[in-house]
Design a protein around this ligand. Structure first.
Ligand code: ADP
Ligand code: MG
Length: 138
């Protein structure tokens, strides 16, 4: 487990970039934390490091985004509006995990249904622009 305090969005993105280079297709990374904690910022930094050219934005109003990266595919899911994941919903989600690195915001609803994560990330507000980012390898 590592716990790092960041003091700007750019620092959170750089921390995410350091994790990204350790990932391979099929790896799932859950990114937890309250609204505004920096989950999407973290995923943006990871995606940029993986070579995603498109601007990474919050998929809160869609299930997810799937991007072409330099060495494969990267998915970004947001389960904010989910209360659990039914079999039918899993059918919609499954393609995002197929041969892709997958980042999942608000992962709580998918516990036990989504593929097990390789890393879990949690961001917490620590006053102003400070965030405590903990990363666990599972
Ligand atoms: P979430 O996806 O968790 O709701 P976002 O990443 O969308 O959060 O938003 C985080 C907001 O907090 C952004 O406006 C970002 O610029 C700001 N911010 C300020 N300091 C930090 C930091 N240290 N790390 C990440 N985001 C930060
Ligand atoms: Mg978000």
């Amino acid at each position: 487990m590592t716990e790092t305090e960041t003091t700007s969005p750019e620092e959170t993105e750089a921390l995410a970039a350091g994790l990204a280079v350790r990932l391979a297709p099929g790896d799932v990374v859950t990114v937890a934390g309250e609204l505004g904690a920096g989950k999407t910022t973290f995923v943006r930094g990871a995606c940029e490091a993986l070579g995603v050219r498109e601007r990474v934005t919050s998929p809160t109003y869609t299930i997810g985004h799937r991007y072409h990266a330099v060495d494969g595919e990267v998915s970004h899911l947001d389960l904010y509006r989910f209360q659990g994941v039914s079999a039918a919903e899993w059918g919609d989600l499954e393609p995002y995990f197929d041969r892709s690195i997958a980042f999942v915001e608000w992962p709580e609803a998918g516990e036990g249904v989504l593929p097990p994560p390789r890393f879990t990330v949690r961001l917490r507000h620590a006053g102003g622009a400070r965030r405590v980012v903990s990363i666990d390898e599972c």
